[in-house]
Design a protein around this ligand. Structure first.
Ligand SMILES: Cc1cc2nc3c(=O)[nH]c(=O)nc-3n(C[C@H](O)[C@H](O)[C@H](O)COP(=O)(O)OP(=O)(O)OC[C@H]3O[C@@H](n4cnc5c(N)ncnc54)[C@H](O)[C@@H]3O)c2cc1C
Length: 279
């Protein structure tokens, strides 16, 4: 396997996810049933979902492509779809030199790919110990790191578990912003008493756009602009963080948050932060 992530946190106390790719995992060949291109390098696609594929929002799938020499290239992709949806959706950046993503970038409806029938990963909200609802969930992403959060937000559960949900999405340019309309629509659909209030902060690092901040997430946290834009204050008894995407962002934010008194969430020591690195 090429890029199984090293879990940055210890396994969850309940419902342990099976270990990365075991030889016994069933593999199915699934047709691509939908493709959406956000720009030349950014796409979403759906494959048929085997009825036996059961996952939690925030987990990732391993998908594979057969090479001419008979080998299979496997890569991890966060699942965008929610557990109640009948397909598996993914949000993919085409890395021009990338062995896997450059091929998927040319995919169309009817093409097929392999899916390992064993979801993986610990970026799931059930990992946070939560006696009541009085907590704020901060979902921080760079680029396609937004994928697992879309899955969580398409599922009703997360809206009932927190008082505030803050999504912070950092991309280079405005045309790299995927799923923003859907997130705004989901927020409108869940704007009810008793459900979480939604706060969406977009930030661009190489462009400007009305309604979006400019700069990296860490810089915005340090200057205080992030809390102002979100309208939510960091608070060590309320704030819970997920960090997903570019490992540099994940590491910088982890260090910054640690400096503010927040801790990694561990099996025997519940904390505030769960992370997932994409490379
Ligand atoms: C748990 C997990 C979940 C992931 N989920 C997603 C996902 O939902 N969407 C997605 O596009 N990728 C995701 N990835 C990354 C994905 O598995 C591949 O690494 C990626 O598509 C590149 O594969 P490749 O063979 O085309 O390129 P490779 O030849 O393997 O090149 C890898 C290089 O491309 C860059 N890179 C890889 N992924 C990204 C990315 N997403 N954004 C910007 N630069 C990147 C990095 O510099 C990396 O070193 C995930 C990775 C992990 C470990």
């Amino acid at each position: 396997m090429s890029n199984t992530p090293t879990p940055a946190v210890s396994p969850p106390a309940v419902a342990p996810t099976p270990p990365p790719s075991s030889a016994s995992a069933r593999i199915t060949k699934e047709p691509v049933v939908w493709v959406h291109r956000w720009n030349a390098a950014l796409m979403s696609f759906r494959v048929r979902r085997d009825p036996g594929y059961v996952f939690a929002p925030g987990q990732f799938a391993r998908i594979g492509l057969a090479k001419e020499n008979g080998e299979t290239i496997w890569r991890a992709y966060s699942i965008v779809s929610a557990p109640h949806e009948l397909f598996l959706e993914f949000f993919l950046l085409v890395v021009p030199t990338g062995e896997f993503s450059s091929r998927v970038g040319r995919f169309n409806v009817g093409d097929t790919m392999l899916v390992e029938q064993m979801p993986q990963g610990f970026l799931t909200v059930d990992r946070f110990k939560q006696p009541g609802r009085e907590q704020d969930l901060w979902l921080l992403a760079t680029g396609t790191g937004l994928a697992p959060y879309v899955s969580m937000l398409r599922d009703d559960e997360v809206w009932k578990r927190f008082e505030n949900i803050v999504v912070v999405l950092s991309v280079r340019e405005r045309h790299d912003l995927g799923y923003t309309e859907e997130l705004e629509q989901l927020a409108a659909d869940h704007a009810r008493e008793g459900l979480a209030k939604f706060h969406f902060v977009k930030t661009l690092t190489r462009d400007s756009l009305h309604g979006a901040l400019q700069g990296r997430i860490n810089t915005l946290l340090e200057s205080g602009a992030l809390e102002v834009a979100a309208g939510v204050k960091l608070n060590d008894s309320r704030s819970r963080f997920m960090l997903c995407g570019n490992p540099e962002m994940v590491e910088t934010m982890r260090r910054l948050l640690k400096g503010r008194g927040f801790r990694m969430n561990r099996k025997l020591e519940p904390g505030h932060i769960i992370v997932e690195n994409y490379w």
